[in-house]
Design a protein around this ligand. Structure first.
Ligand SMILES: [Ca+2]
Length: 230
């Protein structure tokens, strides 16, 4: 397939793309969704800054994701800037009433990544954690969730696969639709905390019903790196 360069064509019509946040054209009190679905987000405190959306510890964006269905095949790509790194898990994508309720969830700290996705069959969320040594600065994270292969996750850091075929744990039922950027409930190994992200979000892409390949995720990472050059 041919990957469209970021910012070349908006909205993008990539197969399976159900949400695409890009701060590169951001401004105003709402976030846009450059997938064909056009899900708006309302900004609470977060500020546009140099083609990024900046969160300073009490900010968030509430995104109405509309009628996207729970799906057993997900791919999620996130490009952020984070310095210093959090020493506790903080959400990048979450739901305010519980990480298990969002279609996908992603949280990070300096040495760990948490991720969750909704299964089609039983509307339950599969989630897990993986150890990862993050470095302060620009960070590119991706994960895929494959129900068909037996609830397997692959996790990528800066374009490189760092964990493969992790079996997702099952947690409670899917009930909600909206999700938050930069704020929400985080499962810190069984303990649930409400936390905020501190740092900047550049891009988020969520695909439903599609598993990106290693090469496709690497291509996204390379695209993100190119954009960061002065
Ligand atoms: Ca603030």
């Amino acid at each position: 397939m041919v990957l469209l360069p970021f910012r070349t064509v908006l909205p993008q019509t990539e197969n399976g793309l159900v949400y695409y946040f890009s701060a590169s054209k951001g401004g105003g009190v709402e976030t846009q969704d450059y997938s064909t679905r056009g899900c708006l987000g309302t900004i609470y405190g977060a500020a546009w800054k140099d083609n990024k959306l900046s969160f300073d510890g009490n900010d968030y964006v509430r995104v109405n994701v509309g009628k996207v269905s729970p799906h057993g095949y997900w791919s999620v790509i996130v490009s952020i800037y984070c310095d210093p790194l959090p020493t506790e898990l903080v959400p990048i994508i979450s739901h305010p009433s519980g990480y298990e309720d969002s279609i996908v969830s992603l949280a990070i700290k300096n040495d760990e990544i948490f991720f969750a996705a909704i299964n089609t069959w039983d509307y339950r969320s599969k989630h897990n954690w993986v150890s990862a040594t993050l470095q302060p600065g620009h960070i590119h994270i991706a994960f895929t969730y494959n129900r068909g292969a037996g609830d397997k996750f692959n996790v990528y850091l800066n374009g490189k696969k760092i964990a493969e075929n992790i079996t997702g744990e099952t947690i409670t039922s899917y009930t909600k639709k909206d999700f938050y950027l930069g704020y929400g409930k985080v499962s810190d190994h069984g303990y649930i905390h409400t936390r905020y992200f501190q740092g900047e979000i550049l891009e988020i892409k969520i695909y439903a019903g599609r598993l990106l390949s290693d090469d496709e995720i690497y291509a996204h990472f390379k695209g993100a790196v190119i954009k960061l050059r002065p």
